[in-house]
Ligand binder design. Structure first.
Ligand code: V55
Ligand code: FE
Length: 482
């Protein structure tokens, strides 16, 4: 039977093709010092969902690259050839069911890896991976993007899952990662992993979580790992009932594990917060001061995954709340299991996407870069609904010292994806560099990669890499200097 998609109009229709454009058309001037590769992990369904209420988080993974060299840019995109992709390709139809629910998949593939590899690309130890938090990393060729296969770190990784947000310590070159539901669906096992710069496992700490919850991101300091639970809950009962993996429980408090990077399970400390601290998707940064661990992150008090319902079956309203930027201080000298909270900004419509100058991970820092929804920026009337409700229309730089905000809009018909910070040169001070990222022109149905000066967002784009087609929806990006 021929493939048919329902209800996916315009820019949000699946793209379903792979592309290569060498020597891309560039408007403006590419900075001479910009040499390296920008990778993007994307979500782009090859087949229509078996269940109409499935989430886009369950779409096939694709990885794109933009390679900058000698004043040129080359573009390439490839689907990640997961076991799931290959099985559906062979069958010419969808076989995999709802997001993270094997019971809803065709019995023929129920025990196959459900990995979509659609969330974050990372290069570590000379290897490129695209990651999905329910599965192992998938290794790809960093030049051709051909899929090599799932990677268990040479047999040393014992978990069934691996976070899509490991952190590279810029000072030691180590990779710090974790796994939740680490022994299979709905298990309360957590594991923290430390790899050296060659991707060899040097420490692993296994422990139990007080709640089985989505744990999408982590933070690190020079000495500790910070692991927050979120308000999303699950159970084998849910899965057997044929439901989506997650529901949001408004009564669920936030728990945060603080784990010494060089420690063992007996060193793990759990802190307990309130339900209005539980909706944390991405962290911004963290650092240690003596025996205090300090983390900053956008946090909300209600579910902002619009595709998952509350436990009572009601819909959450994704436009009724936005996260605020919070500073959490955990005092390891105190016996209390609570922490201090300070709110750095609120009242602006921001997403949970939060990036910094990654050279300052684990250290005190000043700037973060996020996506926002700003109705005061010029928005073309014909696209107002999309731009005001469904996507972000600006990047902004937040000054964590003064609270100042600087914005960049790519245009009145443009939706934005996560910005990537790239330093101007190796020794440049924090924040001195460029923001680059893909923006989507809804009027022309085309995507482009824009480059702005990160110290002068208001000046607009320095250069635009123009593509003659639209791109898949990006989740996260990653920059690798030459
Ligand atoms: C997120 C995204 C995912 C996922 C779980 O933004 C959480 C959060 C793209 O897939 O599977
Ligand atoms: Fe993420």
């Amino acid at each position: 039977m021929a493939v048919k998609f329902a209800n996916t109009p315009g820019f949000f229709a699946p793209m379903r093709f792979e592309a290569q454009v060498d020597d891309c058309i560039v408007e403006g001037e590419l900075p001479a010092g910009l040499r390296g590769t920008f990778y993007r992990s994307c979500a782009d369904r090859r087949f229509p969902p078996l269940y109409p209420h499935d989430t886009p988080y369950n779409s096939d993974g694709a990885v794109d690259l933009f390679r900058f060299y000698d004043g040129n840019v080359d573009f390439r995109s490839r689907y990640v050839k997961t076991p799931r992709y290959l099985a559906e390709r062979a069958a010419h139809k969808p076989l995999f069911g709802l997001y993270r629910n094997r019971f809803t998949s065709d019995p023929a593939v129920r025990n196959l890896s459900h990995n979509t590899a659609n969330t974050t690309p990372i290069v570590h130890g000379g290897m490129l991976f695209s990651m999905k938090e329910e599965s192992l990393p998938t290794r790809l060729d960093p030049y051709t993007l051909e899929t090599i296969g799932e990677w268990d770190f040479g047999g040393t990784l014992k978990s069934t899952s691996f976070t899509a947000h490991p952190k590279q310590d810029p000072l030691t070159g180590e990779l710090i990662a974790f796994a939740y539901e680490a022994k299979g669906d709905c298990t309360d096992d957590l594991a923290v992993f430390v790899f050296d710069q060659d991707a060899q496992l040097t420490n692993e700490i296994w422990f139990k979580s007080p709640v089985v919850s989505m744990m999408h991101d982590m933070a690190i300091t020079a000495s500790h790992v910070i692991l927050p639970t979120t308000g999303m809950v699950t159970s084998m009962q849910r899965l057997q009932n044929g439901e989506l993996h997650w529901a949001y429980d408004p009564a669920q408090p936030a728990y945060v594990a603080i784990v010494p990077r060089k420690g063992t399970a007996s060193d793990v400390r759990w802190f307990k917060g309130t339900p209005d601290q539980a909706m944390l998707v991405h962290t911004t940064n963290a650092w240690s001061e003596g025996n205090k661990v300090i983390m900053e992150a956008p946090v909300a008090g209600d579910n902002f995954h619009p595709y998952f319902l509350r436990v009572d079956g009601t819909k959450s309203n994704p436009s009724s709340y936005y996260p605020t930027m919070r500073r959490w201080t955990f005092d390891l000298d105190s016996d209390k299991d609570s922490w201090e909270e300070e709110i750095l900004f609120g009242g602006i419509k921001v997403t949970s996407f939060s990036r910094i100058d990654d050279r300052f991970l684990t250290q005190p820092f000043r700037y973060s870069y996020m996506l926002m929804n700003d109705p005061s920026l010029p928005i073309n009337r014909d696209f107002a609904d999309t731009l005001a409700v469904r996507v972000s229309n600006a990047w902004f730089r937040f000054d964590h010292h003064t609270g100042a905000i600087e914005k960049f809009s790519a245009g009145e018909t443009h939706g934005m994806s996560e910005p990537q910070f790239v330093p101007r040169h190796k020794g440049a001070p924090e924040g001195d560099g460029y923001l680059l990222g893909v923006v989507n022109d809804f009027r022309e149905q085309r995507s482009e990669l824009v480059i702005v000066d990160a110290t002068d967002l208001a000046a607009g784009a320095i250069a635009k890499v123009k593509l003659p087609f639209r791109l898949h929806m990006q989740v996260h990006g990653w920059w690798v200097a030459d």
